[in-house]
Design a protein around this ligand. Sequence first.
Ligand code: PMP
Length: 429
Amino acid sequence: MTIAAWPASERAWERTKGSLAGGVSTGLRASMKPHPIFVEGGAGPRLTDLDGNSYLDYVLGWGPVILGHGHPGLTAAVSAQLPLGATYGTGHLLEAEVAEKVLDRIPGMERVLWSNTGTEATQVALRLARGVTGRRRFIKFGGHYHGWSDPMLVGYRPGADGTLGLGSQGQNPSALEDLVLVEWGDLDAVAEALKAPDSDIAAIFCEPVLCNSGVIEPPEGFLAGLRELCDATGTVLVFDEVITGFRIDRGGAVTRYGVTPDLVTLAKAIAGGYPLAAIAGRASILERTTQGIVHAGTYNGNPVVLAAAGATLDALDEPGVYDAFERQGRALADGIRAGFARHGLAVTVNQVGPVVQCIAGVADARTFTDFIGADQEFYDRLTVQLLRRGVFTLPGGRWYLSTAHTDADVAHTVQVLDDALAATLAEGP
Ligand code: PMP
């Protein structure tokens, strides 16, 4: 049985557009096809919408809901904290208890700063890098996303003129002066940029796996090469692990690839869906926040959110979690590949742990440019056909798995995908 229409979600959207710009809380959510569905609640790997439809959820809140919805341990930890108050504005031990869990998982990290969103965490990381080096500019890679702040929202997607520049109207154009944009994987270009006489480069930022633009792994030796170049030039190496942290391995990319940066930014999975971010790093850098580098925030170290984080990190330590992520990630990726092949469609499917990326219409996508060439029109229509069949996916081709997804859920999804592909082809462009 397929879902023909979403009358309650449509009514809800009409209503919310009267009070919320765009009717939902981010522009990207407003772009979901055929329109955003409005959620009644979630349980495990499933969401239920206002029309009473149930979906297997591969959106997972755009990544954070790594334990699935309403995880009992997470819910119990948050519920136990709630009667004790919302926030204190001074020290409490949960701040350190959860920081210790972070330091235990990510080798080489000595201190943690708590923030609220990934966007804040990357801004703090940039300020720290500038503060400790006395330099101004930074290297980032094309297609890497480090939040929506003025300095960081650059070089992410091609603009109307096809170039990788500013990401938003209203953004301070000086962001471009501070940016040195390099192609992901091009170590020679990084070395060149650092060598230039007035390069003035404080930091190299990267998503250690380029999750936001194709789930493209670093070429062999590339992260180690960045580490060496940073050591040689006194440049701060920042891994933005907002997606990869605690997800692609217990210690994220740091343990998966065995390279230790100076700073790691964390968010999303760390608190299972609650708004928490962190900057972990070397003490000599993070301690500078007590000596003139400002890191502020009313909600930093919020106890409810930290209770969620403690329970999430504990749950991710259950035996077999990362093996299951890898197994299910592979099964999903293989299933998507096989489905496209059966229908004679070109595709590239990349997968790292529980993160899977479908690049429709491109047979051997290896670079950010290849990823940008995906057949988005076809993929958008496919997501609608999946939704009609009870599978909720992100626009843009990324799929997330949670600990609540079972092997049977993935097998079912692969079958549904086959029908959805047939329906997408049958309806035509
Ligand atoms: N860095 C990366 C790698 C991200 O994927 C994101 C969010 N998608 C951010 C930073 C920004 O995080 P937030 O949305 O919590 O501000």
